[in-house]
Design a protein around this ligand. Sequence first.
Ligand code: ATP
Length: 300
Amino acid sequence: MKTLLHIQGLTKEYGNEKAVNNITFSLNKNTATALIGPNGAGKTTTLSMLAGLLKQTNGTIEMDGEITGDFRKVIGFLPQYPQFYSWLTALEFTEMAARLSGVDTKIAKLESEKTLEFVGLENAKKKKIGTFSGGMKQRLGLAQAIVHKPALLLLDEPVSALDPIGRREIMNLLKELQATTTILYSTHILNDAEEMTDQLLFLRNGQLVEQGSLKEVREKYANPVYKMYFSTSDEAAKFVGNSPWSARQEGSIAFIHIEDAKPEMNEILHTLANSNLNLSKVERASASLEEIFLQVVNKG
Ligand code: ATP
């Protein structure tokens, strides 16, 4: 597979704070990569440097073998909070974005119409953006990011603010784009990442703490757990508080993480027999994707 983007030692400092700290990764052509991390991890800062909106303090960004240059023609960017001119129509706005990204004036209108049709805004193309719903604005944001057919599409939390229907629509469009475009998008919801990803990059405190395919990450972190169902959350809390094993609580359920086949079920039951806690059910389950995320971002 050919590499489209390679970043090496990318760093952004604000005073003494490192918002992004010496990160290195590559994106292969026509793949989708999810940049995952909690609030403040450095996702927006990373994407803004790649989009050319922020200058890095250190490190290099190499697009298709070139280290410097104006990548605006080959990169499309959908910011987390896109801004629009509410008095323009969707078509006028998309045409303006096309021209700013180097599309020839003669074909900018045609390309904008095609793109608005692709994102499902053909019937609203002559309407003023001020009248648009949140979902329509997000589709327009995507249109302005892809109208010039960029080789690399950067998306900052593209579906976080959408309702389930809007989210589904945008995810389906992105999956269609994936065949011909390299996509890097940020999210803090691992279920979104699971849907469309060839590679996962985990950021924490500005550092890249884990990377790999979904399969690789799953194999590494998806340790099984025992789910212990108690009658009340107080009981679950008491059990977790006294547990000698790695355990956590969610409502009336206690989770015990199983590492190297330890602890065994009979050890747990033995401990329980000496307590006054009412256990109604025990089950062995795999760690969910959300749990993997928590493990990665909380580790060491
Ligand atoms: P979120 O999920 O909340 O959008 P994020 O992963 O995108 O978070 P960033 O917005 O990249 O995180 O921020 C990373 C860190 O850099 C944060 O600690 C933030 O406070 C800091 N930071 C970002 N921009 C600036 C700035 N202009 N000046 C100072 N610090 C900043």
